[in-house]
Design a protein around this ligand. Structure first.
Ligand code: PAF
Length: 287
């Protein structure tokens, strides 16, 4: 990876709009990768893919306070802007949009919000009421500011990806959502900004999550019960893993599939290890 010039870091909505307008005037297409910061290889997979599908790459780094339902979670989220910009320089990213909270919410949380609907209060949304509404609202704002031709979202946050794709379709937003496959450690653990909080023993135990998903994928052809039983077997006996849910959902509704379902699905898992909550998922075929 060769070091390249640093991206231009833009802090205001006005300058961001002007920068995008200049790219468009020069005939260049624009890709946006929205992030909360604390970038890692998983995010870099987004900007590498973005380089293949658009001319100009914008990465937004905005630690959106409205989507954190636990103040402690927001408090401990790593703030690493300089290191993030260094990483993006190494990838040749053109523009970084790093607004302040006041710039994004000049009069406080917006009076107008986007609703994620019923899916927004299941799985991740059950534990964090309002989280997905806040995510969709800030994503709608970012899409309105950057107006990208394409926006990248990770398969890692399957429920977020689902509600974002639905919002873009439902609201006729003129962008294409590009799904970026999950990047994993060699032992299968999905990369996440939260992994840094795991102790050594929790890190070892965290492997169980992807092992459960792999077990479900392998057993999927024998039906839903077999897939769920295989996952349960992989998760059993790991005391450090406090399982929140393991479910197999329909890709078109994000609702658990029926017992006799056959077809494409997504196995999703969430668990807490110590004070760290991890989520993961894997697309699979049932039957
Ligand atoms: O997935 C994230 O990093 C955030 O939810 C997002 C999409 C940047 C919105 O703040």
């Amino acid at each position: 990876m060769s070091a390249q010039r640093r991206p231009r870091v833009i802090e205001t909505v006005r300058e961001m709009r002007e920068a995008v307008a200049a790219e468009r005037a020069a005939g260049r297409t624009v890709a946006l990768t929205p992030t909360l910061g604390a970038l890692h290889e998983g995010h870099l997979a987004h900007v590498r893919r973005a380089a293949e599908i658009a001319d100009t790459r914008v990465v937004s780094i905005f630690l959106n306070p409205t989507q954190f339902t636990q103040p402690a979670d927001l408090e401990r989220y790593p703030r690493t802007l300089d290191a993030d910009v260094d990483l993006l320089a190494g990838e040749g990213v053109d523009l970084v949009f790093a607004p302040s909270v006041d710039e994004m919410y000049p009069t406080g949380p917006t009076a107008t919000t986007v609703s994620a609907g019923a899916v927004g209060s299941t799985f991740e949304g059950r534990l964090r009421p309002g989280h997905f509404d806040a995510v969709l609202t800030v994503v709608a704002k970012l899409l309105g500011i950057v107006t990208p031709d394409v926006v990248t979202f990770g398969q890692k946050d399957a429920q977020q990806l689902f509600v974002v794709k639905r919002m873009v379709g439902d609201l006729n937003i003129a962008t294409r959502v590009e799904t970026i496959p999950t990047v994993r450690e060699p032992d299968g653990l999905a990369l996440s900004s939260r992994n840094r909080f795991l102790s050594a023993s929790e890190r070892t135990a965290a492997r169980t999550l992807s092992a459960a998903l792999e077990a479900a994928v392998s057993a999927g052809e024998r039906g839903i019960d077999a897939a769920l039983a295989a996952a349960q077997g992989a998760l059993m006996g790991e005391e450090l893993v406090d399982l929140d849910y393991f479910a197999i959902v329909h890709p078109a509704t994000f609702r658990p599939v029926d017992d006799d379902y056959r077809g494409p699905a997504i196995a999703i898992v969430a668990a807490t290890l110590g004070s760290t909550r991890l989520i993961d998922n894997e697309p699979l075929r049932i039957g």
